[in-house]
Design a protein around this ligand. Structure first.
Ligand code: CMC
Length: 375
């Protein structure tokens, strides 16, 4: 039979319907449950957005309070997981550490084996609560430091800083961080979200889907780009060298990290907001080097290649200026995207059909198996 059209990379393929978020590349816009991300980022806390992604509506004051209490009270991880984390190799990448920790949380989960909607939703909230604790414990263990116990009175943002850095920064820094969490929370059928849905489609559980999502997010074409961006900015080092450095990349036809997007071709909806808050961080720290290099790279990429930056481009330097070490950037993305992933898992299972595409065979023609002695 004739070779069918192959949609390599599933470019342009609508694989399912979804009510979680909508990307509109024509207008460079993105909505979560109907609300523009930039409005959510300016007006809401990350907890409100997490609630929105799961419940479909923004919480009122009482619902928000109950949600914050429910999740903040579940941040502790078990002594067994603390022991396992202490055994991780000191030079393990924090993404591998969080992937393993989430998988372990699945072993211990009080509702392991129950894939009903309600149990899966509770698992998602437990993961939302515990992921920062795991990232903090693993990072600190790798530096020979004791873990910092999560404080249930802290907001989500305060808690992330406290369990990783052992300090809670000023309000402006917390706001910028919260903005990044909101912008990272959800983005339709990106690779990791689709991975989570694919795992779910076989009837597998929340922890399996999220572990797989983390594995997918690690790659440099996806979430790993926020780390790659900061390595790049440091390699450039000096705004005066930025243009020449970039032209060298063009000569090698190398990818420039933090640029380009499968869906947005004329600008990522999330970039202006993240850039504004990265600039604020540069002001707070009193170091404009990274933003200045970024400005030159973005202008040159647009002029010479007509390629726009994606969210990872301003998020990388923002996290650096907030005092996070570079290998923590993608795990921080995980702490946010657990919301979008799990909203999709719940949506997938509510109207599931096993995801099982076809492949067009290009291997050898059918042939007899030669006996071992004849090979
Ligand atoms: N640097 C240089 N050239 C690029 C880049 C880039 N970052 N992105 C796209 N191009 C070129 C690409 O080489 C291609 O050129 P040509 O037509 O001559 O072959 C053209 O632009 C079209 O790109 P594409 O390869 O068809 O785009 P895609 O949809 O397959 O890939 C992408 C999208 C995000 C994987 C890619 O842009 C990329 O690798 N970017 C760098 C990594 C990155 O920043 N990833 C973060 C993605 S968004 C947020 C997230 O998930 O965290």
């Amino acid at each position: 039979s004739e070779k069918p059209t192959i949609y390599k990379g599933l470019v342009g393929v609508y694989a399912d319907v979804s009510a979680v978020s909508k990307v509109m590349p024509e207008t460079n816009s993105l909505t979560y449950r109907g609300y523009a991300v930039q409005d959510l980022a300016e007006n809401c806390s990350f907890e409100e957005v997490a609630y929105l992604l799961w419940e479909g509506e923004l919480p009122n004051a009482a619902q928000l309070e109950a949600f914050k209490q429910e999740t903040a009270s579940q941040r502790e991880i078990s002594p067994a997981l603390h022991r396992v984390i202490r055994e991780f190799p000191k030079d393990a990448h924090p993404m591998d550490a969080i992937r393993t920790a989430v998988s372990f949380l699945g072993l211990e989960d009080p509702e392991a084996g129950d894939v009903s909607h309600d149990a899966q939703y509770r698992k998602a909230k437990r993961l939302f609560a515990k992921i920062p604790t795991c990232i903090g414990a693993a990072y600190r263990a790798s530096r020979g430091l004791d873990p910092v116990a999560p404080n249930p009175a802290h907001s989500f943002a305060e808690n992330v800083f406290n369990v990783i850095q052992g300090r809670v920064p000023e309000k402006e820094v917390l706001k910028s961080f919260d903005v990044s969490m909101i912008l990272y929370a959800e983005h339709t059928f990106n690779a990791s979200t689709y991975t989570a849905r694919l795992v779910t489609s076989s009837g597998a559980d929340m922890h399996g889907a999220i572990t797989a999502g983390i594995a997918s997010l690690k790659g440099p074409l996806h979430g790993g780009a926020n780390e790659a961006v900061m390595h790049m900015l440091k390699e450039v080092g000096d705004p005066a060298k930025a243009a020449a450095w970039l032209h060298g990349r063009f000569d090698h036809k190398a990818l420039v990290m933090g640029f380009g997007h499968r869906v947005y071709k004329s600008g990522d909806s999330r970039v202006p907001t993240m850039k504004k808050y990265a600039e604020k961080m540069a002001e707070v720290v009193g170091d404009r080097t990274w933003m200045e290099i970024s400005r030159i790279l973005a202008a040159e990429m647009l002029e010479k290649k007509n390629i726009h930056p994606n969210l990872d481009f301003p998020a990388g330097p923002a996290y650096y200026l907030m005092g996070f070490e570079i290998p923590l950037f993608t795990p921080i993305f995980v702490a946010s995207r657990i919301t979008g992933w799990s909203a999709h898992v719940l949506e997938q299972q509510a109207d599931n059909r096993l995801i099982r595409p076809l492949s067009w065979y290009t291997g050898p023609e059918q042939r007899p198996v030669p006996p071992l002695a004849a090979r």
